[in-house]
Design a protein around this ligand. Structure first.
Ligand code: ADP
Ligand code: MG
Ligand code: ZN
Length: 504
């Protein structure tokens, strides 16, 4: 088999695999479990705080003790309505909580409360940047299970997570590439963060994705047998896992083998999926409506109330940015992916002088700022560089105090020290030099020291202009006003040309 095995290589198909792959079509459906950031759990008043001591956030209800009654968290329901509205799903006037029975140590009641045949929202979907629409099947409420912790020769159970509200968001089997799957997930995460219903944190497990994948011949009408990959905790790994799994299934089919429906785990180090458990026969969870919970009735008035307070969604925000700030939709899309970044951008735009266009602000934020943000893993919620400092830096440029080149140096210093840009400029003596006599003298010296190059330039090698600029900037450490450097350099070279002509 020629399928690549290394983690890095799984997306690099060798050329002889391309035509082979094109006889097949991959079908992908995604199930996301998104943890709602309510203060309390779905059916009891226990706090949802992450990182508490094990079993600290528990009570008789979420411990599954007998004789207790669950009470539905109304805020969780409002959060669910927010998402349904945001993705255009149809809110169902009546939905039902069901008991899903199975045995597992982290499930103290012996059943999980979830919505089964009557979810609270159906349909809707999310559009991707190339116009592809990812259709949703359903969104429903369910409670999370606890967590098993396996020690050396003992295992423990932590029930802090038991009963935390989740939304399960299920797509139709309508995705065909790892890239679309990845973009859909990023957009969904962006939406729940904009709506402030979840922190969407993949590391802490508040945004978990299971991937269902099958492969079929391009002319086949029926879906192939699917495998499900569980516990994927980064967007990169999700795309790699899908890529690997598609090729694995194609290989099997081509070898005349059958795909067996099974649950897989992705090993990021090996870059491959491995069987976790085969899905014996389909499990019978003996679902039935929870007799302790009334059907969930969502009134039109309630929907209206949630709708009026709905946050601006990333897509709408990107359109608005692109139009009112005259920036490309691509830039606007990147700026609005994270709400805090979008607000940061708007704050800087509001604080800069009119010489600094929103386009310049966007460029600085998307290149310099985001580069540092990603490299240093900053938290959008705790800005290391304030909007005021960012604006002050750009204003120093607008006022001609520093050049663009120096501004980048000052920015790097701001990243390291968090000092105000004007303080850095003063302390380091970076103020731009605009005194023409100083600049003229320095340029004259450089031309005199490089008479060979001057000769070549005058005989037609115009590329050397850049060489002179470089030399001047070296001497001035970037402090000379670039426009003046250009102007005076041209003048002095012209003078030399004239002298040359006169001598002939
Ligand atoms: P469950 O995992 O509980 O059995 P479903 O049958 O509703 O749930 O399917 C879950 C996910 O699997 C959905 O996102 C659906 O689109 C996807 N799916 C179903 N059949 C296939 C298939 N043959 N290939 C790929 N994805 C599939
Ligand atoms: Mg599933
Ligand atoms: Zn509780």
């Amino acid at each position: 088999m020629s399928r690549p095995q290394g983690g890095m290589n799984t997306t690099n198909l060798s050329s002889n695999e391309q035509p082979r792959q094109s006889q097949f079509k991959a079908v992908i459906g995604l199930e996301v479990h998104c943890q709602l950031n309510t203060e309390t759990k779905l059916f009891c008043g226990c706090p949802t705080q992450f990182g508490e001591l094990p079993n600290h956030n528990t009570c008789p209800i979420c411990l599954g003790l007998p004789g207790v009654l669950p009470v539905l968290n109304t805020k969780a329901v409002d959060f669910g309505i927010r998402l349904a509205l945001a993705v255009g799903a149809r809110l169902q006037p009546t939905s039902v909580f069901a008991r899903k029975q199975y045995f597992y140590p982290d499930l103290p009641k012996g059943y999980q409360i979830t919505q089964y045949d009557l979810p609270y929202a159906v349909g809707g979907g999310i559009s991707l940047s190339d116009g592809k629409f990812i259709a949703l099947t359903r969104i429903h409420f369910e409670e999370d299970a606890g967590k098993n912790i396996h020690g050396d020769r003992v295992s423990y159970v932590d029930l802090n997570r038991a009963g935390i509200p989740l939304l399960e968001i299920v797509t139709e089997p309508c995705i065909h590439t790892p890239e679309h799957a990845g973009e859909y997930l990023k957009r969904l995460r962006s939406i729940v963060r904009h709506l402030e219903i979840s922190d969407g944190n993949l590391d802490e497990g508040s945004f978990r994705c299971d991937v269902n994948i099958s492969v079929q011949g391009i002319h086949d009408k029926e879906l192939g047998t699917r495998c499900e990959i569980k516990n994927l905790n980064s967007f990169k790994n999700i795309e790699r896992a899908i890529q690997y799994e598609i090729l694995r299934q194609i290989d099997l089919i081509e070898d005349g083998k059958k795909i067996v429906q099974e649950t897989l785990l992705y090993d990021p180090a090996l870059g491959r999926t491995q069987a976790m458990r085969s899905k014996e026969e389909a499990k019978d969870y003996r679902y039935f409506p929870d007799p302790d919970l009334k059907p969930l009735i969502i009134s039109p008035e309630r929907i209206e109330r949630v709708k009026t307070n709905l946050a601006e969604l990333p897509e709408a925000m990107a359109n608005r940015f692109s139009e009112s700030y005259q920036i490309t939709l691509l830039d606007a899309d990147q700026l609005t992916h994270e709400k805090e970044l979008a607000l940061f951008f708007e704050e800087v735009v509001a604080k800069v002088k009119k010489e600094i266009s929103p386009k310049i602000v966007a460029n600085w934020i998307l290149s310099e700022y985001l580069r540092e943000h990603n490299e240093k893993k900053w938290d959008f919620k705790k800005p290391v560089i304030t909007a005021q400092n960012m604006a002050d830096l750009l204003n120093l440029m607008a006022e001609g105090v520093i050049s663009g080149k120096i501004a980048k140096m000052v920015f790097n210093e701001m990243v390291d020290t968090q000092a105000d840009p004007s303080v850095i400029v003063k302390k380091k003596g970076l103020v731009q030099i605009t005194d023409t006599s100083i600049i003229r003298e320095a340029i004259a010296t450089i031309l005199a020291n490089n008479s060979g190059q001057v000769g070549e330039y005058l005989s037609g090698k115009e590329k050397l202009f850049g060489f002179f600029v470089g030399e001047i900037m070296k001497v001035s450490k970037g402090k000379y006003n670039p426009a003046l450097v250009n102007q005076i350099l041209k003048e002095l070279l012209n003078d030399q040309e004239k002298t040359l002509q006169a001598q002939k």
